[in-house]
Design a protein around this ligand. Sequence first.
Ligand SMILES: Nc1ncnc2c1ncn2[C@@H]1O[C@H](COP(=O)(O)OP(=O)(O)OP(=O)(O)O)[C@@H](O)[C@H]1O
Length: 806
Amino acid sequence: MKVNSKAAKDIKQSKMITKPTFTFSWDNNKEKPVQSTVFKKRDKNKSLQINKISNNATNELQITSESVHENITEPNSNKHVKRKKRKDKLLAKQLLKEGVNVDMTKLNNDNQTKNYALFTDSPKRLHINVSSGKSVSEKVFATSDRKFNNLDIHRHLVSNLEKIDFKALTNVQEKAIPIIMSGKSCLIRSQTGSGKTLAYAVPILDALQSISPRIKRTDGVQALIVLPTRELALQTHELFNKINTFQWIVTGHLCGGENRKSEKDRLRKGISILIGTPGRLLDHALHTSCFSLAKIRCLVLDEADRLLDMGFRKDVKIRCLVLDEADRLLDMGFRKDVISLVEQIDKAKSDSEYDPLAMIKNQTSKLNPNSSENDFESVLPILKDVTSKDRQTILLSATLNKDVSELADFAMEGCHEQRSPNYPLIRYSKQRHQENSTSPITDTQDFVIPNTVKQEFMVTFVKHRLFTLSALIAAKSKQNSKIFVFMASSHMVEFHYELFTRYLRCMPKNRSVVKRSDYKGDKVVEFEDDDHEDESQEDEIVVDTEFFKLHGSMDQKIRKEVFTAFRKAKKGVLICTDVAARGLDVPEADCIVQYTPPQSDKDYLHRVGRTGRAGKYGSAVIFLTHEEQEYVDHLREYKVFLSNRDPEEYLRHLCQLMDQPNLEEAATALQRYYESKVASDKELRKSACFAYSTWSRFYNSYPTKLRRIFNFKNVNLGHYVTSFALTITPTEVSQIVRGQVANVEKPRLNKKLALHDEELTPTTRQSKSTQSKQNKRKSINLAMSEYSSGLESPKKKKKKKNIDTT
Ligand SMILES: Nc1ncnc2c1ncn2[C@@H]1O[C@H](COP(=O)(O)OP(=O)(O)OP(=O)(O)O)[C@@H](O)[C@H]1O
């Protein structure tokens, strides 16, 4: 019991007080009656007892003492859990009858149950079939042993590539580079980490360097590369810079969250190869005059008609449009925007003046005797031909679906003088529904995951999730691993990042003093003891690794710094949302942890694809609960086979970490330690509440086809609260979150999982108007929260008639 008059004041003033209860007793001398009034805070964590004694003279009650009781409720002490325990016992008896070995003492022992109940759950069995099947695999490097110097590209480019150690061609490069160099549009599907970026970067650079007279900055954008995330745009830009030996070819990137003025300056100077995210590109197209559409071909998103009003000139020449991670762009709601872009470019072409020279040139090139049989038309490569009004379109992704193929049909239809929808589809493996390379792409494509990645699943009890993840991180850090940990929301990333950096990485030296008796019952363990200011309070590094965080709500500057630092780090743990799932290339990353399963099956592939890149080895593990284990069967539909990993293999590391000989004691001590820290730190507790709240929204918005596996109605929310190191009930968490949101003047939190308005794409912003549409796109929006368009709010830009000319 603690007495603290400030706390007593807080409770008295607090609005969250239930009705007081009055009790009367006699004072020690049995002379006067004592009236005790107990106020209880709604969160039941604190209660205030005021003892008053009647003053005979004035007939008034005098306060004799005030005391605040901190009742840390044991999460499992409610009726619901008791009922569940009864059920567990019945189930255990049933299992015993079936001949399954069940330790009934654990279930019957009340003391054990009282002992925090982390390891007293009824036995749950895995009922999934984990036998492996034949997955679809692709070889990364070409068997023909072809090298860059065998290609007809400039020798300076070859020597630079060799210097960076790009000698042998990967399969996708061997197939795609000659096709792109010939000027054809194509659709490329190839597994993650197979070198798709270089497959288009090399031919683009080579084509541009061969133009005579040399292209100038003032000639405007020649190639436009559109990517879904800022990090990906930055990374692609870096790659272009690294391999570009031709100083007159200027590359640049535009993505949300950066200083617009410096971007404007760069645009004014001129860029030949422009890499960017759709939102920011549109932003500049709308507001930056030096990014005039008269000079450069721009990606037109939502407001194509307005762009035309703004002077979409007819002599524009974007001759190469690359849509990387094309399916992601569609998932993010950019379908309309991309289609608008293509329409505008086509319109510009058809509106352009009669150009007999170009026509003659095209005719001549069609008679080129060197053209291959398969060429549906043989033209002078578009990028090399300055007079060409054509456009070359390249769509790439590791996962193509019907939507992308429809977009490709549309985008490529008009990209050559003689239209032909018969564009080459570059894909390596023969798939279930694929008879030949021209057979249609369906939504049920088999997933091709690098066979150098060991894919596992780990079934844990919900209450074990937090310390199992900690154990995994501790174990992997000993092996100097570089780990991606994928979580559901920005808040979840923030909370785990704080918790792990502050309390997992370093721990007090005296942590071994916590014995079983210390975490029995309802007492919260505190390692620090105010009375002992000795060395026992010192911390030591127990998990020797660096933690990083990455999510869409972070400031762009920090986001860039974090990403660069993680790439450079020798080892580390990147706690992130799906913003890091696509395209990011961290070659040394050797472990992927999916702490929250993805909402889209494709995301499973892309998350796993952050390891095992370019033939390197890696492992990927997904956390599942017993109720979710069917997900393993679900992935088998895509020919993805996971093996089972026993969590105990990681949990053993906790004994050393917590200085406890017994595994269960060590795990419980860690959980208690986290809980005590969260309970005593207001900010951390708030962060945990938001993390839990956004997780629950995420979990509640799985798409229909995954809902039978990830069913919100089936989850024990109380257990999930424990997995966020909280010792309060889910209802209390929502009250705290609601209270916090109400206290914020201008709530930055969108009703949907803390979506920041600026994170929405122009298309989504329009769709915000109707609630029904919102509901339909619930899961899309969740994913999009991670991507910034960098656009101003619609209100601001609506009345802007004059374009900013600065
Ligand atoms: N010819 C090559 N030889 C050696 N390494 C290569 C070669 N081409 C690419 N790489 C390396 O392979 C890795 C993956 O390349 P890249 O990022 O282009 O893959 P991707 O296919 O685009 O993957 P994702 O689908 O995940 O975006 C990079 O680290 C890159 O440096």
